[in-house]
Ligand binder design. Structure first.
Ligand code: SAH
Ligand code: SF4
Ligand code: F3S
Length: 437
């Protein structure tokens, strides 16, 4: 199984793995060995989507060698393409959409019995979806994602998510709290509450609490030491929520706050629902309640009609905020979104040059921010042994940076003091400071 895209797919893949285990399939890293291969896909950009076709192509020789191999595609490309995928890819057996994970075991059984090829991409009603929310899976991880919402109602003009994930739905707070209690009892120390737009949690449900209140409840759970959440939408980040960063100690001092563009004109065309001044006001308030907060963002370069002036506004906003990191993307027209109808005629060359300029600026900003940590002693929640092998541990700081350092595995799950020695590209190297010195 291979998973692409965002946390939603990561959580769905855990659930898929669990369901497949229950019907007798075990994980293998070697595709040659597999009786079933599955891609959990993402269609956020054209490139992501093309990757799926590339990958599927690579399964063709496997299927020719092993006629019984079952080839499955799930996730957002499956949702978007449905039947077309079966038509285009003859060696594909199963296509299941984002609301149809639960159908997978039954479909696999039917394919095993040579009953044909199958696709399920129906969107479900809200009530059924509530019953099918991804549940806690057993694991010995220290950090876990907890899904609190699914879907999205924002319809940013460039974005495929509302089309492939369906309408926004909030999971009942009592279920979320119950899940976190169980996770804490299993040894989980950090949770990340996930949804496409967590700031609007509960807004559409009568009698449901707000996201800030949910944070409060989760923070009261013994055993949970750290709380993160993603993704936040700038238009919905309330004063009440901002205040939580000052009031609730367990909330990590990091927020991912996608801005997309620094130009009001482009923001409006993107249907983002906020202006540059409003965004900057939110950032200022966050910093006022939590002075050492680090902010990361997403930015799209080359939205249809973006002028040089618009782009310069993005650069100046990036300067003004001082992001710790930014994920920058070249605009990619997605079928069915409203921006796909906009005239998009400026040269790929200009787009690429803008992209490179933004990247260079951000890389320098990032370098300066992370360089501040060298020599500091920071709290690191130890998550496990690092890939470098035994005796090497990794964990993260409150700012969500991975730190690698030497230590024994009985520290896993503990919060330890680590002196930062140097910065690598996306990680830091540290040295444990023992309690005695
Ligand atoms: N729900 C989140 C993120 C969704 S997708 C949010 O609202 O921020 C992650 C990022 O992909 C987006 O923030 C955006 O920067 C980028 N993205 C989405 N659609 C895109 C497109 N059509 N072309 C380029 N980048 C896109
Ligand atoms: Fe896409 Fe906008 Fe929803 Fe994020 S808020 S998932 S960018 S439509
Ligand atoms: Fe991609 Fe679907 Fe997530 S399009 S970003 S996997 S919701």
């Amino acid at each position: 199984m291979e998973t692409f895209g965002c946390q939603m797919n990561v959580v769905d893949s855990e659930r898929i793995a669990d369901m497949l285990t229950q019907i007798g399939y075990l994980p293998t890293a070697d595709a040659e060995q597999a009786d079933l291969v599955l891609l959990n896909t993402c269609s956020i950009r054209d490139k992501a989507e093309r990757k799926v076709y590339g990958h599927l192509g690579s399964f063709k020789p496997l299927k020719e060698k092993k006629r019984d191999l079952i080839v499955c595609v799930g996730g957002c490309v499956a949702q978007q393409e449905g039947e077309r995928l079966l038509e285009k890819v003859p060696h594909l057996d199963i296509v299941f959409g984002t609301h149809n994970l639960h159908k997978l075991p039954e479909m696999v059984r039917l394919v095993e019995q040579k009953k044909g090829r199958f696709q399920e991409t129906q969107f479900l009603d809200q009530e059924t979806r509530l019953q099918l929310f991804p549940q806690r899976r057993d694991s010995d991880a220290i950090t876990r994602f907890v899904t609190i919402m699914q879907g999205c109602d924002n319809f940013c003009s460039y974005c495929i998510v509302p089309h492939v994930r369906g309408r926004e739905i909030s999971r009942p707070s009592r279920e979320i709290v119950q899940e976190v209690i169980e996770l804490a009892a299993e040894g989980v120390r950090e949770i990340t509450l996930i949804g496409q737009n967590v700031n609007s949690y509960g807004n559409r449900v009568e009698g449901e609490i707000s996201f800030a209140q949910l944070l409060e409840l989760v923070a009261d759970i013994d055993g949970i030491e750290r709380i993160r959440f993603t993704t936040s939408h700038p238009k919905d980040i309330s004063d009440e929520l901002i205040a939580c960063f000052g009031r609730i100690e367990k909330i990590c001092h990091h927020i991912h706050l996608p801005v997309q563009s620094g130009s009001d004109r482009i923001l409006q065309q993107m249907n983002r629902g906020y202006t540059r001044p409003l965004y900057l006001d939110r950032v200022a308030k966050l910093r006022a309640v939590c002075p050492d907060i680090r902010i990361t963002t997403d930015i799209i370069v080359g939205f249809p009609g973006e002028t040089e002036d618009d782009f310069i506004e993005t650069l100046s906003l990036v300067e003004a905020v001082g992001y710790a990191d930014a994920f920058t993307f070249l605009y990619s027209a997605r079928p069915g979104t409203s921006a796909a109808d906009l005239k998009d005629d400026f040269s790929a060359d200009v787009k690429q040059r803008r992209f490179d300029r933004l990247l260079a600026l951000q890389q320098e900003n990032s370098r300066q921010i992370w360089a501040q940590d060298v020599g500091s002693v920071l709290s690191v929640l130890v998550e496990g042994e690092s890939r470098q092998g035994s005796g090497q541990l990794y964990g993260r700081t409150t700012w969500n940076r991975v730190v690698n350092f030497t230590g024994s595995d009985n520290l896993i799950g503990e919060t330890v003091s680590v002196k930062i020695i140097k910065n690598n590209r996306n990680t830091q190297l540290g040295e444990r400071v023992s309690k005695n010195n």
